[in-house]
Design a protein around this ligand. Structure first.
Ligand code: ADP
Ligand code: ADP
Ligand code: MG
Length: 661
């Protein structure tokens, strides 16, 4: 058996931090690698040694196999853990590690290759008598062949990138008229994301569930499964909330699916951790989707219900050690949930967001695990995945885990960046979710036009909290007469005023400190008396009309972030001289976020209809279509393909048809 005492983690963010945790618990030294953008990030601090491998774009750092292997050699690491994403499913990298005499903690290059293309993987599944989704899986990739295949498969159908992952390069096509455009854009996304534009076509299964089986194998041919995870809560074909076990599988189905997964794994001589994904149709039939030859984002929920540290097992079997666990030893205990916290805007089609994390804070509680690679002050840049953390809870059963998740998320303070915390809470409290009636279109169907807006009461309470906070801060720093409180006026009829903006709404809090020391508060019709205040760091506690309340208040310039039990609210202290917004000409189409112009679909003078795609922008590894706001003529185009553009930049201008008449 090989001895592994020092591991290089070829990844960043939460997964690098999580792998480092297990290494430490095993007494193994950790070597981190980092790009320019990550020089000061938690994953670097979680390591014993850290090696700078290049600039921020992944292609120049985390995807540079040579630099990473050189870093391992230089620091004396005997093994490399790839995490997920980046080089995790790159067979050439696994091979290069072996050639350099470094252990790759994952399956063999052959197994990665066998499952790397969805096309090949489906052939292996069929050979192992595992059902696959009917469709086209052929070599001929010409338009004619694909169009012909689509006709045979029938509508609705799904076009997939054979090399795909993370939901990228996938297009649902419901009618022949949409087919050509679907093929073109899937091909483009496949080529740019994976460097391989091979497509496959599958029958689209309506309202399915996504259920996957965790497998674990050693280098001696032993393979077990660690039951299933249900990952049906998705947006953009990407998972947002996962749970284990699935509410829908019977004991027989669980055993059947597990056995199918083990069959595929054994057929290709699979070792290490992997995941066999299935699509589960409403009639109870299930079909093989793909094998992810790596640790999966949602692996923690399996760890919670089986009590097995998957990263530890990965490291052990990579040394050549036997699995040390047999199928009959494995049980599911209780239930676990995972929520992915993304920097994205659920009210705007889940558009990824960038910016600075002004506050990141979670309570400590039983049954809660948080895997994160960010901390207060972190910068979420355009270079990497917008997932900033995973919140995991477990309990005696699903409902217990769900209650704990709600409890934890309501107290999670994640401010400064648009994020999906509130949205996750809405899903968790949705009656259909509570009932376990899940399918992959749950979000699209059940929450089509989700948006968050605090109630008047929540807005008022937050404004009061922010005002008390500002008052206490002023009080603490006030150099005036020591026993005269800031805000004290001889004439108690002229209260102090603090104005806040909540979106476009102004909230004015009037308050006056009374001789008794109490503070009389007025917000519109609302009046109260605050008798006690206490500020400890960001934690504000105050007694208002006899009720002791608490909130977390964090300031960033003119912004005040208030996190209370009921709401997370961002208030702006009204500035005396409001800054004018950037001028956008009428009909101007702006970039929703910083990104790169992939394609300009129109030319000056073209007439366009409202909703037509004009420009395709790529940001955070996803394509975003910039569409015409109204019908008219393209009057100006300010960008070229390949340009990097800032958020808010005017990309092109459409002159309204109505104006020119
Ligand atoms: P899963 O099936 O486990 O959800 P996906 O198929 O969505 O996994 O792929 C995992 C994705 O994780 C990759 O496509 C990549 O975009 C993303 N990723 C890669 N590295 C990281 C990281 N360090 N932190 C967060 N996400 C990452
Ligand atoms: P990726 O490599 O991007 O993870 P998958 O093939 O695993 O691609 O599919 C991702 C998601 O797309 C699934 O979880 C499911 O929601 C949906 N999906 C995939 N294939 C089908 C299908 N044939 N019918 C319906 N939905 C599908
Ligand atoms: Mg998948």
């Amino acid at each position: 058996m090989k001895s592994i005492t020092r591991i290089l983690i070829a990844n960043r963010g939460e997964i690098a931090v999580r792998i480092a945790r297990t290494c430490r618990s095993m007494g193994i030294d950790v070597v981190a690698v980092y790009s320019d953008a990550d020089a000061d990030s938690p994953h670097v601090r979680a390591a014993d040694v850290a090696v700078h491998i290049g600039p921020s774009p992944p292609a120049e750092s985390y995807l540079r196999a040579d630099a990473i292997i050189a870093a391992a050699k230089k620091t004396g690491a005997q093994a490399i853990h790839p995490g997920f994403g980046f080089l995790a499913e790159n067979a050439d990298f696994a091979e290069a590690c072996a050639e350099a005499g470094v252990v790759f903690i994952g399956p063999s290059p052959d197994a990665i290759r066998a499952m790397g293309s969805k096309q090949q993987a489906k052939h292996h599944a069929v050979a192992a008598s595992v059902p696959v989704v009917p469709g086209y899986n052929g070599e001929d990739q010409g338009d004619d062949a694909l169009i012909k295949a689509a006709e045979d498969v029938g509508y609705p159908l799904l076009i997939k990138a054979s090399a795909g992952g993370g939901g990228k390069g996938m297009r649902i096509v419901r009618a022949a008229a949409e087919l050509k455009a679907g093929i073109d854009s899937a091909r483009r996304e496949a080529a740019s994301s994976f460097g391989d534009d091979t497509l496959l076509i599958e029958k689209y299964i309506e309202r399915p569930r996504h259920i996957e089986v965790q497998i674990l194998g050693d280098q001696h041919g032993e393979v077990v499964h660690l039951f299933e995870r249900e990952c049906s809560i998705q947006r953009r074909y990407q998972k947002v909330i996962e749970e284990a076990p699935s509410t829908v599988l019977s004991a027989e189905q669980r055993a059947e699916m597990g056995a199918a997964a083990v069959r595929i794994a054994k057929a290709i001589g699979y070792s290490n951790a992997g995941t066999v994904e299935f699509i589960f149709a409403p009639d109870g039939a299930f079909y093989f989707l793909e094998v992810n030859t790596r640790l999966q984002v949602e692996h923690p929920i399996t760890e919670c219900v089986t009590g097995i540290d998957l990263v530890r097992k990965q490291i052990e079997v990579a040394t050549g050690a036997p699995l040390g666990v047999s199928q009959s030893d494995l049980r599911i205990a209780g239930a676990a949930l995972e929520c992915r916290i993304y920097a994205e805007d659920p009210a705007q089609g889940f558009l990824p967001a960038t910016g600075t994390l002004v506050d990141w804070h979670l309570p400590e509680m039983e049954g809660l695990r948080v895997d994160t690679g960010v901390e207060t002050g972190a910068e979420v840049s355009v270079f990497y995945d917008p997932m900033i953390a995973k919140v995991i809870t477990w309990g005696d059963d699903r409902e217990h885990a769900r209650r704990r998740m709600i409890y934890a998320l309501r107290r999670l303070s994640v401010h400064g960046l648009t994020n999906n915390r509130e949205f996750l809470l809405s899903v968790l409290e949705h009656p259909e979710y509570v009932a376990g009636n899940l399918h992959t279109h749950f979000i699209a169907e059940q929450m089509p036009s989700w948006s968050e807006s605090p109630t008047d009461e929540q807005a008022t309470q937050s404004a009061v909290a922010a005002t008390l906070h500002a008052h206490l801060i002023r009080n603490a720093s006030s150099p005036v007469l020591p026993n005269m409180r800031a805000g004290f006026r001889n004439n108690s009829h002229t209260p102090q005023k603090q104005r806040w903006m909540l979106g476009d709404d102004a909230i004015e809090v009037a308050y006056s400190v009374q001789r008794t020391g109490g503070i009389a508060v007025q917000v519109g019709d609302y009046e109260s008396t605050v008798t006690k205040t206490e500020l400890d760091g960001a934690a504000l506690v105050w007694t208002e009309d006899g009720v002791c309340r608490s909130a977390r208040v964090v300031r960033d310039g003119t912004r005040a972030f208030v996190q209370s039990l009921d709401a997370a609210i961002c208030l702006h202290e009204e500035e005396r001289f409001p800054v004018r917004g950037r001028e956008v000409p009428a009909g101007g189409c702006t970039a929703p976020m910083t990104g790169r112009v992939l394609k300009v679909q129109v030319a000056v003078g073209d007439s366009v209809e409202a909703g037509n795609t004009l420009i395709i922008l790529e940001a955070m590894k996803m394509e975003h279509a910039i569409t015409a706001p109204e019908s008219g003529t393209v009057a100006a185009i300010n960008v070229d393909e390949g340009d990097l553009v800032d958020e808010g930049a005017v990309l092109l201008v459409v002159e309204s048809a109505a104006d020119s008449e």
